[in-house]
Design a protein around this ligand. Structure first.
Ligand code: FE2
Length: 328
């Protein structure tokens, strides 16, 4: 099997609903008009195809992200940065106790290609899994075309900073990024930069609020500035974060506008840890041993601040670095 072969993970013809069925390792994924069905050697699971596609889209676009991406309380992935665990019930105490949980480890490119094929086949023409539900069609029904352009969106990842020559550029109407309906009042003035001669390519500044007001996706942290391992990953949020993100490092949140309500659970068992309400100006640090899901009643701006150091998961897992960011 070659990884570029789109059919490598498909099992034959489309089903009666028009969708392909996919297998990878011992896992089989199929969908009908409303649900994704997942089976593995010791069990099976069903979840809304809306939830499933929104989560799958993030896992694909983020290349499995930091730590754990829980599609729901049963299905998800753990990134080992080179390989990825695909699991069912592994971080669910009841499944563990009943010994129905299952984990398989794959080389990252293999699972990435399988997920990309499934996302493309299962996403119909009018549905965009990255969009707010208020700004896209429905994911339900029989197979009805493709939306390949949306599901293969390039993720913004600045090498230094948005606006620096040769790097990611600021957004504009001309580039196809109109101001979102919920951010019509956000000022669009850009800062004036007066660099000394010879430093024009070294000095840059941009209006982050204006930049975010033109984001056409939700719950998709993208890198706008980089200082060594310090990544600023702001994002706009509306409705529900489609995954429970399980951290393998501390993650800082700065609420830039409006409000997000966070459900915070134990990363491994799903036991409830806390409910966090963040309003504009609030700052929080999510510890390295939790999972979290956010609810944004109105489109809001969130700055996610990530430490990209490859050493962190191991340092934290072995107790040489703390699960939390700071001692008071
Ligand atoms: Fe997170």
């Amino acid at each position: 099997m070659t990884l570029t072969d789109k059919s490598a993970f498909e099992t034959g013809d489309a089903n009666e609903h028009g969708y392909k069925t996919f297998t990878i390792g011992g896992f089989t994924f199929s969908r009908d008009e409303f649900f994704a069905h997942v089976s593995w050697p010791t069990g099976r699971h069903v979840l809304s195809v809306d939830t499933f596609l929104r989560a799958l889209q993030r896992d694909v676009a983020w290349d499995f992200f930091y730590g754990t991406v829980n599609f729901d309380s049963v299905i998800g992935t753990v990134n080992h940065y080179g390989t990825v665990d695909l699991f069912a019930g592994r971080y669910n105490e009841a499944y563990r106790r009943a010994e129905l949980d299952h984990v398989e480890n794959f080389d990252t490119p293999m699972l990435r290609e399988a997920f990309k094929s499934m996302l493309d086949d299962w996403t119909n023409a009018s549905y965009d899994p990255f969009a707010s539900p208020a700004e896209t069609g429905k994911p339900f029904g029989v197979k009805d075309g493709f939306n390949t352009e949306a599901v293969t969106r390039r993720r913004i990842a600045a090498a230094r900073m948005v606006g620096v020559p040769g790097d990611e550029q600021i957004r504009s109407d001309e580039m196809g990024f109109p101001i979102n309906r919920m951010f019509a009042d956000v000022g669009q003035e850009e800062p004036v930069v007066e660099a000394e001669p010879g430093f024009e390519s070294e000095v840059a500044a941009f209006n982050l609020f204006a930049y975010l007001s033109r984001s056409n996706v939700t719950w998709n942290p993208s890198v706008v500035s980089v200082c060594k391992d310090s990544l600023y990953c702001p994002t706009t949020e509306e409705y529900i974060l489609p995954v429970f993100h399980g951290n393998d490092r501390v993650e800082w949140f700065v609420q830039l506008s409006d409000e997000i309500i966070w459900d915070v659970q134990d990363r491994d068992t799903g036991a409830v840890r806390s409910k966090v309400v963040m309003r504009a100006g609030d700052v929080a640090a999510m510890p390295a041993d939790i999972r979290h899901q956010g609810y944004s009643p109105k489109r809001s701006m969130l700055l996610v601040w990530e430490n990209n150091s490859a050493d962190l998961p191991e340092l934290i897992a072995t107790g040489r670095a703390p699960q939390y960011p700071i001692d008071f």
